[in-house]
Design a binder for this molecule. Sequence first.
Ligand SMILES: [Zn+2]
Length: 65
Amino acid sequence: MSVTGPPNSAQPVETIYVDDHRIACDGGGGALGHPKVWYEMGDEGKVECLYCGRVYIKKDGADPH
Ligand SMILES: [Zn+2]
């Protein structure tokens, strides 16, 4: 298994839906921000930021919930 959550458990995990399979995350800036990092989504159409724990999901992803 991977990391179960962000180190700072007081910070709610956000799920962000995006159009592109390539996203940049900077933690939203401010005190909770982090250096901007880029992520490429794989076949899952989903990626979790290793810094802030935000989950990015591609809107077009084949995941009919
Ligand atoms: Zn982040």
